[in-house]
Every structure is written in C-alpha cells, then in structure tokens.
Design a protein around this ligand. Structure first.
Ligand code: EPZ
Length: 417
C-alpha cells in the first residue's frame, strides 16, 4: 500500500505548474464516443480517473492511444459495446457520462448506476429524467440503467437544481438529436464551457455554454479535431491554500485565474498577499483572519475547495463557518483533522472552525479526493511527521502532487508499506 510521509513546517517558494483539469478531461473523453473521427486531446492530466476512463472507452470499442505525456488520441469505429460495467462505474461516478454519448451514437446503453460514494448518495435522477425527455426508453435492472432510443429528439429540459454531470450528459446527447434542445438552469462551470468548445470543434452547434441556458441544434454526425483541456481550477486552488499556509512567494503558473476567482477572493480576504494575473498567481503567507464560506454551484465558492479552505481556517485567529450546500456528506475530512488537533464542530451542513490551532502530526487516512488534499495540507503545517494512507484517493485527481510540492521546498515522499 502506498503512503505519503510529510515533514511539516517547511516554507514553500518557487513555481508550481498547474495541469489540465480532471473534471474537464473526463467528459471530453466521454464525448469521443460521439464520433468516428480522430480526436486529439492535449493537456490531459496524468491521473487515475483519466486512466480509468480510457479503459472504459477501449471496452466500448474506441481505439485509444497516448503518444506523449498529456496527449490522448481516440478513434471510434462505431462503439461496438454499449455497456459500462459496475466494476468500473463503482470506482468512478464520472463513468456515467458515457450514457448520453452511447444513446446518441448507438441508440442503446447499459450503464451501471454509480451507487453512492464517500461524499453522499449522489443520485442520477436528473440525468435519467433528461434522457427520457430526449426520447430514450429507460429501464432499471440489477443496478443498471438500460436505455434505448431510435434517434433522440431535441427537447426543452429544465433542471430543478444545476447538475454538472447532468448538463454534460445532456449536452453530449443533444448534439446528435433530431432538432434543437434547450437546457435551462444548466450548470455554468468552466468545464461545461470546455466540453462545449470541444463538441463545437467536432462539428456540434451549441450556444450559451457557461450561462444557465444552453441551446444545442442537433446534427447528423460529428467529425474529428484537436482540443486542449483547460487548467485545473481545483488543483490551482489547492496550491493557493498551500501558499496561504506556508508560501514565501509561491507562484502558480498555467492557470486561468478567472476560473477560481471566488477562491482567490476568499483566500485574499484572510489577509494573505496574492498577486494575480490572468494565468499566474503569487501568494505570500500572513497572519490569517477567519473568513466564512458557503459552497455553491459556479461561479460560487466550489464544493471541491471546501475541505482545503476548512484546513486553512484552522490556522486563522478566530472562528469561521463553513457551509456545504452541494453535497450532504462532505465533512469526511473532519474526523481525521480532529486527530491532528483541529478544533472543528459540525452542525448539520455547517462546520465551525476555531483557530489558530497548532496541528500535530499523525497517521491519517484519506476518504475521498478533496479530503485527502486537505490532509496533505495539514501534514505540511503539522509539527513532526504525518503519514497519509489510501493514496489512491489522491491519485485520482492530483498529478505528481508530492513531486510538485517537493520542488518548492516541502519534505514529502511516497513510500510502500
Ligand atoms: C461534478 O460532480 C464533479 N465531478 C465533482 O467533483 C463536483 O464536486 C461536482 O460536479 C459539483 O461541482 C466531475 O466533474 C467528474 P452534480 P457531479 O451533478 O456532476 C445532486 C471532485 O472532487 N444530483 O453537479 O456528480 C448531487 O447528489 C468531484 O473532483 C442529484 O440529486 O455533481 C449533488 O448533491 C467530486 N441528481 C448535487 O446534485 C442528479 O441526477 C451536485 O451534483 C445529479 C446530481
């Protein structure tokens, strides 16, 4: 079992290059099911979820090659398969994003329901309702969605609450539907805009991505093309928090500052110094003031930064309230932070964080991707040596995390036990 060993208290200085966004790469890979053309994706992060999705595409009959670091080239031969099996979907909810493309391309799909995960039940009811609105016939058997359709028909679809994956599944399915589709109350994340740009490159007709209303005019088929995945705003936010804790001019490069503006604003409000340009962020630590945050769909404060910001607030002088409005169980990092001495009280969807608290090193266990990131940040500031177990959670979404941190002064190493 691989683990991380972190010696706390080291100042971080120098440059960290931000990689491609996991949450843009996964839907982009699913979108390649929509075409027989050759699709070249660049700036693809080397993370486990990308490997898993490439395996899923190959199972579905897509030819996948990875000719160079960060590059994935796919070529469809008309997806021979139409089944996303439970053994893959259970490890990665994003596998469910093949539902829309498979239906649009082949008229059938058998996709395992993702089931719950550490951060909540995470149902897919909104995905399913939208597929039915587009004309699919759905049946649920043995934990699988079995969907069939002749050709999908464009429709008016309104989400009661924004859903990133639901918006992505619909947008992809609608590109090959007959007629036009309007998605209302659609998610507005940068990853939605990135997916739309890829689909438009392949020949799709989409307008409004990034707003709460997206219109898609169906076409008969899509072609090939190349697309660079946007930088990962959550990876950038994670290193921004590391800089707020230990930075002595820690600079993030290759990011899109606009994509994490609310994170930059809230971290700056704590009193740290942030010099920001369009694609670079330099941060220097300072005495921290407590700042309340409430997670919300984009452009609000991202739920994927909640655990990291909560850790930051353990070092602020006073108390801060962190409210998680997107997922019903996303405080899994709190018991582990308690073991390191953090003063955090959970009250329903609120966590009250009191500081500053000197954290002490411990052996801790990762539970989900972003909780494990907050444990790494805790290890960077804790006195002594912290060991983090179950690294596979971290490896799902952070590329070369220990190498990037070590390059700017952290004492962190991966070892097998
Ligand atoms: C995406 O998940 C991201 N994953 C998540 O990042 C992110 O936390 C989330 O969006 C919110 O920003 C990827 O992009 C691969 P949702 P997704 O559908 O699409 C409920 C990470 O750490 N819901 O916007 O699954 C759902 O339970 C991951 O990188 C329904 O009830 O999120 C949740 O409470 C974690 N029914 C809320 O909506 C549905 O049909 C938002 O979910 C769909 C969602």
């Amino acid at each position: 079992m691989e683990k991380l060993r972190i010696e706390g208290g080291r100042t971080l200085a120098g440059e960290v290059a931000i990689g491609g966004a996991k949450n843009a790469a996964l839907p982009a890979l699913a979108a390649t099911l929509l075409t027989d053309g050759e699709v070249t994706l660049t700036n693809v992060p080397a993370v486990r979820d990308v490997d898993t999705t490439c395996r899923l595409l190959e199972q579905l009959g897509v030819e996948v090659s990875r000719p160079a670091p960060g590059v994935v080239v796919t070529r469809g031969q008309g997806p021979t398969g139409s089944e996303a099996a439970y053994d893959l979907v259970k490890t990665m909810r994003a596998s469910f994003l093949v539902l829309g493309p498979l239906l649009a391309r082949t008229g059938r799909a058998r996709v395992s329901l993702p089931g719950g995960c550490a951060i909540g039940a995470r149902p897919v009811d909104r995905h399913l309702a939208a597929m039915e609105a587009l004309g699919a016939k759905l049946e649920l058997h043995d934990g699988y969605v079995e969907a069939t359709c002749d050709r999908l028909c464009g429709a008016e679809i309104a989400f009661d609450v924004p859903t990133v994956g639901g918006t992505e599944n619909c947008m992809m399915a609608a590109t090959l539907a007959r007629g036009s589709t309007t998605l209302r109350n659609s998610a507005r994340e940068p990853e939605i805009v990135d997916l739309a740009e890829l689909l438009i490159t392949l020949g799709a007709k989409i307008e409004g991505a990034g707003t709460d209303t997206i219109t898609i005019e169906g076409v008969d088929e899509l072609g090939g093309g190349s697309h660079a995945i946007i930088p990962d705003r959550i990876e950038a936010g994670t290193y921004l928090v590391a800089g707020a804790l230990l930075g002595d001019d820690l600079t993030l490069t290759h990011c899109v500052t606009e994509h994490l503006q609310t994170v930059v604003d809230r971290v700056a409000a704590t009193g740290v110094q942030i010099d920001a340009s369009a694609d670079r962020l330099t941060i220097r630590r300072a005495e921290l003031h407590p700042v309340d945050v409430r997670t919300q769909p984009y452009p609000g404060f991202p739920t994927d930064m909640q655990a990291q910001f909560m850790l930051l607030m353990t070092q602020a002088a006073g108390s801060a309230v962190i409210r998680e409005t997107v997922f019903e169980n996303r405080f899994m990092h709190v018991p582990e932070l308690h073991r390191m001495g953090a003063d955090i009280t959970i009250d329903g969807r609120n966590a009250v964080v009191r500081g500053p608290t000197a954290l002490s090193s411990a052996h801790v266990m990762a539970t989900d991707l972003r909780a494990s990131a907050s444990l790494v940040l805790a290890g960077l500031i804790a006195e002594g040596e912290t060991v983090i177990d179950r690294l596979y959670h971290l490896d799902r979404g952070y590329e070369n995390l220990e190498a990037k941190l070590a390059a700017v002064g952290a004492h962190v190493e991966r070892f097998r036990e």
